[in-house]
Design a protein around this ligand. Structure first.
Ligand code: SF4
Length: 374
């Protein structure tokens, strides 16, 4: 290794696909929770982790336990998964938590682990919406649960919010946002509901708000949260100063992220890979000691496109100097024509050598970015 050279930090995602029950809107890979099933799964997860021992000798800037419901792991199981990992000094270690699991006993045990960020699957502060979403917690419990998290020292808490529910209107959403703000979280992630074909509630897809109402709801979220002191730093994410999700920034900045667990998707440039979303194939490939399953080795063009697709989700956009440094090409030598076109349509802006979506483009980001790179 060259003197003075330190490898770029790496992030690690660990997927725990088990849930207490299946939510009707969910189309993630998730399985019913059972102690023996999770024990067998963790055995394979440890073997998968060992396959990447070389890569995991790099210090990790973030570790994210996602799911599924990773809060079904015991503190001992979390500690065992963290064993042997090198961490940067200020590494962010996140755990997604189902609100019904937040209790003094759970948090006391969690205090014995390195978890320092909680991502709470709150989804709504309206009981009628929680019932529709098949969530088992109640809005009235959340103030006490947040206080409990604070009492146990957690000062970096993110709340998920789902908008665009059937029959939802903007005044109900405003009440929901006010209730979220009263909980005083450091971070809020907002997701537009979609009912994919493979989810139980797909039959309700026709009752979802039309695009105009979805847009009005998105704008309401954006303005309410920004007016309340949140920084809108990514299309769907809002944070208090210094509390942006370090783990998700690694995706949006196209930094390397090793992903472990069934269905988990990783990026180890130039390799994009995804573990199988069924246990039989996931286990079989670990038995065969296969690295980077279902991988694609990305061409330079694919890497540039992915960099733009992810980086333009950030409100500050992408640094055109960084693009040149990574890919050895000037951004406008490749995309200059479509950049100018989208700039004329007021969908893209170039300022201080940064390329960013304009406010008008945020809600239709996929089509704007698609037009840029086609
Ligand atoms: S939405 Fe979350 S908790 Fe519900 S089934 Fe899907 S992964 Fe599990």
């Amino acid at each position: 290794m060259e003197q003075g050279f330190s490898p770029p930090p790496l992030s690690l995602y660990i997927h725990i696909p088990f849930c207490l029950s299946r939510c009707g809107y969910c189309s993630f890979f998730s399985l019913p929770f059972g102690k023996s099933a999770i024990a067998e799964y963790l055995g394979y997860l440890h073997r998968e982790k060992a396959l990447y021992a070389d890569c995991l000798s790099t210090p990790l800037k973030s570790v994210y336990f996602g799911g599924g419901s990773p809060s079904l792991l015991s503190a001992e199981q979390i500690n065992k998964l963290m064993q042997g990992l090198q961490l940067t000094r200020d590494a962010e270690i996140s755990l997604e938590i189902n609100p019904i699991q937040i209790s003094p006993a759970f948090l006391a045990a969690l205090n014995t682990t390195p978890i320092n960020r909680l991502s709470i699957g709150l989804q709504s502060m309206q009981d009628a919406e929680l019932v529709w979403l098949d969530r088992r917690h109640h809005a009235a419990q959340m103030a006490d649960k947040m206080k409990l998290c604070r009492d146990y020292g957690y000062d970096n808490i993110s709340l998920d919010l789902i908008y665009g529910l059937p029959n939802g209107d903007t005044s109900a959403l405003q009440r929901n946002l006010d209730a979220y703000l009263a909980l005083n979280p450091e971070h809020i992630s907002c997701y537009l509901l979609s009912l994919d074909e493979d989810c139980a509630k797909h039959k309700d897809a026709l009752t979802l708000p039309d695009e105009d109402l979805q847009f009005a709801q998105y704008e309401l979220i954006r303005h309410s949260l920004v007016d309340s002191g949140f920084q809108h730093y990514e299309i769907s994410n809002f944070s208090k100063t210094g509390k942006a999700s370090q783990h998700n920034l690694c995706y949006w900045q196209s930094d390397n992220c090793l992903a472990l667990g069934a269905s988990a998707a990783g990026w180890m440039a130039p390799i994009r890979y995804q573990n199988d979303a069924n246990l039989a194939d996931y286990y079989r490939k670990i038995d065969a000691q296969e690295h980077y399953p279902n991988r694609q080795v990305c061409s330079l063009q694919r890497m540039m496109e992915d960099f733009l697709m992810m980086g333009l989700r950030l409100i500050k956009g992408i640094d055109m100097g960084d693009f040149k440094q990574r890919f050895g090409r000037d951004l406008d030598s490749i995309y200059g024509e479509s950049m100018q076109h989208l700039n004329r349509l007021a969908m893209l802006s170039v300022k201080d050598n940064r390329l960013a979506l304009t406010e008008a483009a945020l809600f239709v980001s996929n089509s704007v970015i698609g037009e840029l790179i086609l």
